[in-house]
Design a protein around this ligand. Structure first.
Ligand code: PGA
Length: 253
């Protein structure tokens, strides 16, 4: 059984006191999580240990980093290594968010390097893919997303790919309030699973969690998460409100 996941991506938001407040609220939120229905909270680097501490007693809630560098250590001022994340026992790292691709020019090859180094250090990548509006309008989204997966993931072994969580995030739906319809999400998730099955076989493809991201809110999560190939969501804006994110976590059930 693949896991269902409600993942929060705080992006570059929250001062220290705001982060503390949000974590305190999440730590006491009434949520029904299990080993198969988990939550992952991706906070900015400076709050990783705080988040771990505040959420330590919360079962089935994990902390993630939002990025990492391709090198293990060394003279790379301002970067954060997977070795550092591993030493803090951070289990997940988001890799390839469209904002990293767009504003920091991260290519499919750079992302393949990040995936590799994360896996070498026992961090599970939450690998993001998704097309821009122009690609959706040209109806070439399937081949575009397929290439992102092939270029950055398909060198992995069967064992390695099973440690990857995939997040499909159509760029035109991120932070815009314009969600993909549940049908559009299901179509792409099914396509991604088929592409995974062609490469790794159906049994492995069925075990990989594929999350949807892009304007997931408390009032649309149930509908989106109910699609057969949608295994939860990666949530930006709505994850900054503990009450709303609690609704989204409970929508996994
Ligand atoms: P959003 O962001 O929920 O604010 O659209 C999702 C994401 O970028 O991960």
């Amino acid at each position: 059984m693949r896991k269902k996941i409600a993942a929060a991506n705080w992006k570059m938001n929250c001062t220290l006191s705001q982060a503390e407040d949000l974590l305190n609220k999440l730590a006491t939120a009434q949520v029904n999580l299990t080993t198969d229905k988990i939550s992952i909270i991706a906070v900015p680097f400076p709050y990783l240990l705080l988040a771990k501490e505040k959420l330590a007693s919360k079962a089935n809630v994990f902390v993630a980093a939002q990025n990492c560098y391709t090198k293990k250590s060394g003279a790379y001022t301002g970067e954060v290594s997977v070795e550092m994340l591993q030493s803090m026992q951070i289990p997940y790292v988001i890799i390839g968010h469209s904002e990293r691709r767009e504003y920091f020019y991260e290519t499919n090859q750079v992302l393949a390097d990040k995936v590799n180094i994360a896996l070498e250090h026992q961090l599970q990548p939450i690998f993001c893919c998704g097309e821009a509006l122009s690609i959706r309008e040209a109806d070439t989204q399937n081949s575009f997303v397929e290439k992102q997966l092939k270029d950055s993931l398909f060198h992995l072994t069967n064992e390695q790919i099973l440690s990857v969580v995939i997040a499909y995030e159509p760029i035109w739906a991120i932070g815009t309030g314009k969600t993909a319809t549940s049908q559009q999400a299901q179509e792409m998730h099914k396509h991604i699973r088929n592409v995974l099955a062609e490469k790794y076989g159906n049994e492995i493809a069925q075990q990989i969690s594929i999350l949807y991201g892009g304007s997931v809110k408390g009032n649309n999560a149930v509908e989106i998460f109910s699609q057969p190939d949608v295994d939860g969501g990666l949530v930006g804006g709505a994850s900054l409100n503990a009450d709303e994110f609690s609704i989204i976590m409970n929508a996994l059930n």
